[in-house]
Design a protein around this ligand. Structure first.
Ligand code: GLC
Length: 544
């Protein structure tokens, strides 16, 4: 893969602590990830995104950084990190890691200094106020635990600003030293060979009175500087933007091709679940139609789940209530404005529904991300606090601790999922490896197919009218290559008719079941019957 490798890539998000424990400590580690690189290679993914790996009190699983230039001792050493990069590159895999720039841990030496006195040289590295009343139009993100974006600090009698947990003070990006310090951090990891960053919580870098303090022009200006900085010395490095915003605001983070290379498509994700549960395609069509075009060289990152709650920030109040009612029947499944469950339980552990969700994702523009464990249908643990229930150990086999660790069960950082349905005894990679019909092997096939047909990543998209709301029908095209995509969301068989007169003479071949034979297309509509959860990816080929 060359220059714009990320435009056709499939990503895999993993939490080092949860993936594989190579030492028997009870925590996954970087050396453990190295041991599992062949698994990731055989899955077919191109780039691994590591959740934060830095020293941290782990009160927010490493999004509370206490040292930007180290490795958390539970995860290994810088040498282990170098080895991971080398071994990944040797297999043609790339590695990006989280870069948390909006805030640090309150244990970070910068903050320890900043809070030590009002005239400390680092005082201005964070955002302080006498009253805790400024920026009152700013929403609170972690509504279940925080009741203000300000926390009073007794020692110096002032309040500090934080958009997330109270122990994560926001850096002050108005300070030129902070701006430079973050660029230095990036240089450090890029020189070590990392392929880029998933930049955390980018909309919140700057604050200005009278605004909601999201997506401010000052933030965009700094991000452009970040991009110029990496382009000069590491032109192949990737910047992936986490901005949980509506399409028109997310698009702004691509700039004119001079800000982020990639951005998560947050608004798309909940609408996939809405379509799946309602059996109606309208919401999905709408969100895609509302998504503005993006500059050349940029790409969406699309996903079904990640390490956070399934966020419902980008839907209306009515839609949110509906999603909670449908997907979070137990109050413990809710968190903040979202749902803390994994993919398989959300879709009732129905493999056909899980594959339908993935096929929708893999057929839309953008580069898909798989969240570790979802490729084997792992379950969640809603009795655990915060988002811990979707961050349990990866399930490798049916041996103790699911093969994740040789430690005593009580020493694990988190319990392994147990029980008759999702327990490691049943759901694990080893059990699925040799079963061609397993979720793991179906995912492998899907990834392979996606990569054989780059038009799925980069091609244009045009909706077609199949005359039935339960069917999402669109055409992906690039040059004179065309792929007709049909997804049936409902559970009763339907018959559809599609006007494909403009393609008369071409012969459909279903990439998902190439054995099925089709007559050449005609000026008369193409009629088809689609069963429950059925998908067709019809490549329209010229006759031999
Ligand atoms: C991002 C991360 C989330 C974290 C938060 C604060 O939203 O995805 O896990 O808690 O930032 O850093």
């Amino acid at each position: 893969m060359g220059e714009n490798w990320y435009q056709d890539a499939v990503f895999y998000e993993l939490y080092v602590r949860a993936f594989y424990d190579s030492t028997g400590s009870g925590h996954g580690d970087l050396a453990g990830v190295v041991e599992k690189l062949d698994y990731l290679k055989s899955l077919g993914v191109d780039c691994i995104w590591l959740l934060p790996i830095y020293p941290s009190p782990l009160k927010d699983d490493g999004y509370d950084v206490a040292d930007y230039l180290g490795i958390h001792p539970d995860f290994g050493t810088l040498d282990d990190f170098r080895r991971l990069i080398e071994e990944a590159h040797a297999r043609g895999l790339r590695v990006i890691a989280d870069l948390v720039v909006n805030h640090t841990s309150d244990q970070h030496p910068w903050f320890v200094e900043s809070r030590s006195s009002r005239d400390n040289p680092k005082r201005d590295w964070y955002v302080w106020s006498d009253t805790g009343k400024r920026y009152s139009e700013t929403r609170i993100i972690f509504i279940d635990t925080e009741d203000s974006n300000w926390t009073y600090d007794e020692r110096t009698g002032q309040y500090y600003w934080h958009r997330f947990y109270y122990h994560q003070p926001d850096l002050n990006f108005d300070n030129p030293d902070v701006q430079q310090a973050i660029l230095d951090v990036m240089a450090y990891w890029l020189d070590l060979g990392i392929d880029g960053f998933r930049v955390d919580a980018v909309p919140y870098l700057y604050e200005r009175e009278g605004t909601i303090n999201e997506n401010l022009p000052q933030t965009h200006a700094y991000l452009k500087r970040m991009r110029r900085f990496i382009d000069e010395r590491w032109p192949h490095a990737l910047l992936l933007c986490e901005a949980n915003q509506p399409p028109e605001d997310v698009v702004a983070y691509f700039g004119e091709g001079d800000e982020f290379h990639m951005g998560f498509h947050f608004p798309l994700m909940p609408r996939i679940y809405m379509a799946l549960r309602s059996g109606e395609s309208a919401k999905l069509r709408e969100v895609i139609q509302q998504t503005p075009p993006i500059p050349d060289g940029c790409q969406w990152c699309t996903f079904l789940r990640n390490h956070d709650e399934l966020t419902l920030e980008m839907v209306s109040e009515e839609e949110r209530q509906w999603m909670w009612q449908e997907y979070a029947p137990d109050p413990r499944m809710k968190l903040n404005l979202g749902i803390r469950r994994r993919l398989a339980p959300l879709l009732d552990n129905n493999p056909d529904r899980i594959m339908l969700a993935n096929r929708i994702l893999f057929s839309l523009p953008g580069s898909p991300i798989i969240y570790y464990g979802d490729e084997i249908g792992m379950g969640d643990a809603i009795y655990l606090p915060d988002r811990d229930g979707v961050r349990t150990p990866m399930q490798w086999n049916d041996r103790p601790n699911g093969g994740f660790s040789a430690a005593r069960a009580a020493a694990l950082y988190s319990p392994v999922i147990d029980g008759p349905v999702y327990g490691f005894q049943r759901v694990n990679t080893a059990a699925q490896e040799n079963d061609p019909a397993s979720l793991l092997n179906r995912m492998r096939m899907l990834i392979r197919l996606r990569k054989q047909h780059p038009l799925l990543a980069r091609g244009s998209l045009r909706f077609l009218d199949p005359g039935n709301e339960a069917v999402l029908a669109f055409l992906r095209s690039e040059g004179d290559e065309h792929l007709l995509v049909l997804h049936h969301l409902g559970d009763r068989a339907v018959e559809i008719a599609l006007n494909l007169a403009q393609f008369a003479g071409l012969i459909p071949v279903d990439l998902l079941s190439p054995g099925e034979l089709y007559a050449p297309l005609d000026v008369a509509p193409l009629t088809l019957t689609l069963g429950c959860c059925e998908t067709k990816w019809l490549k329209l080929n010229p006759p031999e």
